[in-house]
Design a protein around this ligand. Structure first.
Ligand SMILES: Nc1ncnc2c1ncn2[C@@H]1O[C@H](COP(=O)(O)OP(=O)(O)O)[C@@H](O)[C@H]1O
Ligand SMILES: [Mg+2]
Length: 250
């Protein structure tokens, strides 16, 4: 089976989101197929976080549709969207520092809180992908290293039993060695059947594990291509070189 045979899982159609008078997202259309790893790249302020927050129902859209597994989920509440199978690892992690690691994970299982047996299985699955969390289970989350907190944020999202996981700059604040570890974990999670949509500034690391990617700029998709084509594209090279090079593209 080649990737083009995969079923579309998430379809975003002409999505527009505004905080104030100017749109932060302007008619954004993209899709993620089941089984894929798709990366969303773009400079600061492009609208990447806004897009993920809208997919999770935290921000509302005025125009456009979000279709997940053939169902319109536009503007559903965040818990309903988690229930449909979309997990979100937010930018900045947002773990609960005074709670233990295990209690943080159980917060992620909130929607299934009465299913004790299944939750135990979910925890075992998280331990399998993120073994460090088991070692630290009873430690307060605030005492974990940055990398471990990132793993915890991912583990908490996995406890919601996602089919699609949204990751917002998971490499942020991590030492390079830890970044490699986190991205290797993503690859394993994907092999285990999870579809991933990753927002990143660590372009090379992300494209190395991705099938495809989109480039977002000023709230618009300016390019869509395979990961290898994106790696070689002048737009992505300009992104590496920063704002000055980007201005040169205009
Ligand atoms: N809460 C907010 N209120 C008003 N404007 C915002 C808010 N959050 C983000 N923005 C603006 O929306 C645009 C997109 O931001 P964001 O989605 O955070 O970009 P990215 O994640 O790509 O860096 C930026 O111009 C940013 O200043
Ligand atoms: Mg952001």
């Amino acid at each position: 089976m080649t990737l083009s045979d995969y079923k579309p899982m998430l379809k975003i159609k002409k999505l527009t989101v505004q905080y104030g008078p100017l749109p932060a997202l302007n008619e954004v259309s993209l899709e993620v197929k089941q089984g894929e790893i798709v990366s969303l790249l773009g400079p600061n302020g492009a609208g990447k976080t806004t897009l993920l927050l809208t997919l999770s129902g935290i921000l509302k859209t005025t125009e456009g549709r979000i279709i997940f597994k053939d169902e319109d989920i536009t503007n559903l509440s965040p818990p309903k969207i988690v229930f449909k199978g979309i997990g979100h690892v937010p930018q900045g992690r947002h773990i609960f520092p005074t709670l233990s690691v295990i209690d943080n994970l159980l917060m992620g299982a909130y929607l299934h809180r009465n299913e004790k047996k299944e939750i135990k299985k979910d925890l075992e699955r998280v331990d399998q992908f993120l073994p460090v969390l088991k070692e630290r289970a009873h430690q307060r989350a605030g005492t974990l290293s940055g990398g471990e907190q990132q793993m915890l944020s991912i583990g908490r999202a996995m406890m919601g039993r996602p089919k699609l996981l949204l990751l917002d700059e998971p490499s942020l604040g991590l030492a390079p060695r830890l970044m490699d570890e986190v991205f290797a974990t993503f690859r394993e999670m994907n092999k285990g059947g999870l579809t991933l949509f990753i927002v990143e500034q660590e372009i090379q690391l992300t494209l190395a594990i991705s099938n495809r990617g989109y480039l977002l700029r000023n709230g618009r998709v300016i390019k869509e291509a395979s990961a290898s084509a994106l790696t070689e594209s002048r737009e992505v090279k300009a992104l590496y070189l920063g704002e000055d090079a980007e201005r040169g593209l205009k």
